[in-house]
Design a binder for this molecule. Structure first.
Ligand code: NCD
Length: 328
């Protein structure tokens, strides 16, 4: 694991390892001495957060995950303040960042840029890891990792993700979180997916072909109420209206794709409700009080999973394992 650009680098042992490490770091961090131990692991490392697309959770959780490990951070969140406005190429900008830091975490409104940055690293004398924190409509691998972790934790007394039926609802066409999650669930046994979306926002053919090629069972429906009783987890997403070309989001009636008190009655007692956040109106705030609503926990899991990812990329994972037993 040198870069985290694409979900394809993960296999089941690496997913299990990252989930295990996430649980270790969050438990070590609970005590003051443990938190200090973590903070002293990477005091000479620096990370660049290059986010040219809006972000609250991913930015803050990455930033704070770096700080948990003692990694200092710098940031560009607005391309208008970088030399790209003077005509500097993307590659030259990335190479410049790499002169100062040990890790680049990046989010872009267009797909493919994190991959380009990773390719650039092959040709420079001081390559550093690139983490894709969201690439346009395409991928969001670290979100998928925290989603896998949340699912594994939610079903830890019931065999984990293996054998579960997972619904994905909302804007599946343009939602990078569900696209990346689909690509990771193939590493679990007998997972079934149910895609619940308005016709115009169905899952794209490339992901369906990927699932077919990997023998992951899925079916599609626009009828949430029929699907809910069979789901172990429902992963809700918002309309990605920032990608609208012609106001197409507002042309859709989203009421049938919403979780409120009526829908809660249809969800299994052991079911979980997830959302990558931010939400629009697709989950009523009253749902937050239901113990099956795990999205706020999911959000916090994101920071711990990113600690595990950064530790692994910057070579601190072994030291964490070696030291963890001092902090029961
Ligand atoms: C997601 C994203 O940016 O793709 N947000 C996040 O990172 N938690 C989901 C979204 O914006 O809908």
């Amino acid at each position: 694991m040198f870069h985290v650009v694409d979900t394809e680098i993960f296999d089941r042992p690496l997913l299990d390892e990252l989930c295990r490490l996430t649980t270790v770091v969050r438990s070590v961090a609970k005590s003051r001495d443990g938190a200090r131990f973590l903070q002293e692991l990477l005091p000479t490392k620096r990370a660049m957060l290059y986010f040219t697309q809006p972000s609250t959770r991913t930015f803050l959780s990455m930033n704070n995950a770096c700080h948990v490990l003692g990694v200092r951070t710098s940031e560009i969140r607005d391309p208008e303040v970088s030399s790209e406005v003077k005509g500097e190429s993307f590659e030259d900008s990335i190479r410049t960042f790499s002169s100062y830091v040990d890790l680049i975490v990046m989010r872009t409104p267009e797909p493919g840029y994190a991959a380009r940055a990773a390719v650039l690293m092959e040709s420079i004398p001081r390559p550093i890891p690139i983490v894709n924190a969201g690439s346009g409509k395409d991928q969001h691998p670290t979100q998928a990792l925290l989603d896998v972790y949340t699912l594994e934790r939610s079903f830890e007394n019931d065999g984990g993700i293996d054998g579960k039926t997972i619904g994905m609802m909302g804007d599946l066409k343009r939602g990078r979180t569900v696209r990346s999650l689909c690509r990771l669930v193939r590493h679990y046994q007998d997972v079934r997916l149910v895609f619940i979306a308005p016709d115009a926002f169905e899952m794209e053919p490339d992901i369906k072909a990927f699932l077919d090629a990997n023998n992951v069972e899925y079916h599609e429906t626009a009828r949430l109420h029929d699907a809910l009783p069979e789901l172990d987890a429902i992963y809700v997403t918002r309309m990605q209206s920032e990608h609208d070309i012609d106001d197409e989001s507002s042309a859709v009636n989203l009421a049938p794709f919403t979780i409120g008190s009526y829908e809660l009655d249809l969800i299994k007692p052991s079911g979980v409700i997830m959302h990558p956040l931010p939400r629009g109106s697709e989950i009523h705030p009253d749902v937050d009080r239901d113990p099956r609503a795990v999205y706020w926990r999911q959000e916090r899991n994101g920071m711990w999973m990113r600690v595990a990812i950064i530790a692994k990329l910057l070579g601190a994972a072994e030291a964490i394992d070696a030291g963890a037993s001092q902090f029961p």
